[in-house]
Structures are given as structure tokens and as C-alpha cells.
Design a protein around this ligand. Structure first.
Ligand code: BT5
Length: 251
């Protein structure tokens, strides 16, 4: 923690050798702990992705961490935190010499494969956020992945980058804090979206939008100020897609 030059992110850190899920733990302690508290673990036994999916996070020196945030924003703005996190992580890796892309809404892509995922969870009342837990999972040293994801997942090491986890975490928290503080002052949504779009690997591409068992081939034409995907359907109609219940996949 002493190596961080952030104002509030990571001033309080919980570190575990093993835990079920840092997001689950962060949600348990969120009400009692200060804004910006970080939970990090060497291993997760029940790492979670979105929509009940599994996040493989064994003890292979990845970054499995969750950040507790207590912004004074309306709950419907929460998905924008995933956008901020994506842009911040991409900037952080870029600063460290790793050129990554972002696959809307929550994947950081390196050489066409998934390097990192973001899981944003919300506890709210009407018109008021209690807390948001921002979960970040990044593959750092993994050389082997379970069969199911062998072809879609990668790590920094696997792609030839030898970076220290401390340096990466420090850089991410720094970028994230800067962007987040501007965001809660309502100052930088355009700037964040521009950054996010700069890294986007889906803009201008034909993609499948997948919802439950439905999949629709569309052209991705924009990402709007709310962080939603603007797509063009085969009949020419323009539609706004929200991140909540969908996944996207390349054609
Ligand atoms: C995500 O979900 O990408 C969000 C992942 C968030 C993980 C962090 S780790 C710290 C915190 N604590 C948690 O319990 N979670 C967060 P989603 O978009 O649903 O993607 C999940 C999909 O990614 C899976 O269905 C697999 O296909 C793939 N996947 C699973 N493990 C992976 C890994 N280690 N690397 C790359 N891809 C993986």
C-alpha cells in the first residue's frame, strides 16, 4: 500500500492467500469499510464472471481484485463504471508497454484473446447507490488454462510480457482513481468514451449480440455517452444495446 500514490483507492487493502471470490467478500464488508477499499487474493475458488459464469482464477499469479466504491450517483449510471474501468485498465497497460484492445462491454483483449475481465456489481436503493464493487481479473503468469477457454484466454506472460503484479495494480489504481474522481464530478464522460472507443475492437465490425439463446448479427456503429453500444440491424434499423444481459462475439 505504501507504494501507491493514490488519494483514496487502495488506502485500505485486504489481502488473502485464498478466498471464494474477492467480489463476494467485498460485498460482505462494503457497508463497514471505507470508499476505495481493495480486496485482493492470490487465488479464488469460486471466481465469478457475469451472468453466473465462472472466472478461472487459481493460484497462478494473476490479479484477482475488487474495489469498493461509494459514489453519489444514480444507480442507472453503474454500467459506466465498467466503461471507466475498461478505459483505465487499457491506459494502464498501455503505459506499461502492452498494447491492448477492449471488447465491449467488459473484456480487455490482447492479441485477439481475453486477458482481463471486469465484473461490476451494485447494491442500491431507489435513487441511491449503497456501494459498487468493481471486480477485475487479469491473467498475468498463467501458461495453461482449462480446456474450455484454452483458445480464447491469454496472459501477459504467454504473450511475452514480464511485468510485476504490483506495478500493474499500482498503474491501474492510479488511472482508475483519476478517471473516477473526474466522473463523479460529472466532468469527463465524453473523454472516457473517446478513450474507450480508441481501444475498441468491435467498432465498425459485424458482431453477434447474444441474449439468452438469441443471437443477432449486427454492425457496431458507435458507443454512446452512456456507454451503450449502437448497432445497425440487417434491416437498417439503429438500435441501442445495454450491457446488462448481453454478450457480443465476433462474426
Ligand atoms: C468477466 O465475466 O469477464 C468478469 C470477470 C471478473 C473476474 C474478477 S476476478 C476478481 C473478482 N472476483 C470475482 O469473483 N470476479 C471478479 P464474463 O464477461 O461473463 O466472462 C466470463 C467468461 O470468460 C467465461 O465464461 C469464460 O469463457 C472466460 N474466462 C473464464 N476465466 C477466464 C480467464 N481466467 N481468462 C480469460 N477468460 C476467462
Amino acid at each position: 500500500a505504501h507504494e501507491l500514490n493514490t488519494k483514496f483507492l487502495g488506502k485500505s487493502i485486504f489481502h488473502f492467500e485464498t478466498i471464494d471470490s474477492t467480489n463476494t467478500y467485498a460485498k460482505k464488508i462494503a457497508s463497514e469499510e471505507v470508499d476505495g477499499t481493495v480486496v485482493i487474493s492470490e487465488e479464488q475458488t469460486l471466481g465469478r464472471g457475469r451472468l453466473g459464469r465462472i472466472w478461472d482464477s487459481k493460484a497462478y499469479e494473476g490479479i484477482w481484485m475488487s474495489i469498493i466504491l461509494k459514489p453519489n450517483i444514480l444507480p442507472y449510471r453503474t454500467p459506466f463504471l465498467t466503461i471507466i474501468a475498461g478505459a483505465s485498465i487499457a491506459n494502464a497497460l498501455n503505459n506499461l508497454g502492452v498494447s491492448v484492445g477492449i471488447k465491449w462491454p467488459n473484456d480487455i483483449i490482447l492479441n485477439g484473446k481475453k486477458l482481463c475481465g471486469i465484473l461490476t456489481e451494485l447494491s442500491a436503493e431507489i435513487e441511491r447507490v449503497n456501494y459498487i464493487v468493481l471486480g477485475i481479473g487479469m491473467n498475468v503468469k498463467n501458461l495453461n488454462f482449462p480446456n474450455e477457454i484454452e483458445n480464447i484466454a491469454t496472459s501477459l506472460c504467454k504473450e511475452g510480457y514480464d511485468l510485476s503484479r504490483v506495478d500493474i495494480v499500482r498503474e491501474i489504481l492510479c488511472e482508475l482513481e483519476k478517471n473516477y474522481l473526474e466522473f463523479i464530478k460529472n466532468e469527463n464522460r465524453e473523454k472516457i468514451i473517446d478513450t474507450y472507443k480508441k481501444y475498441s475492437v468491435v467498432l465498425g465490425k459485424n458482431i453477434f449480440v447474444i441474449k439468452n439463446d438469441d443471437r443477432e448479427l449486427v454492425e457496431c456503429v458507435d458507443i454512446n455517452i452512456d456507454g451503450n453500444l449502437i448497432v445497425k440491424k440487417s434491416n437498417g434499423a439503429i438500435k441501442e444495446v445495454m450491457s446488462g444481459e448481453v454478450s457480443v462475439r465476433g462474426e
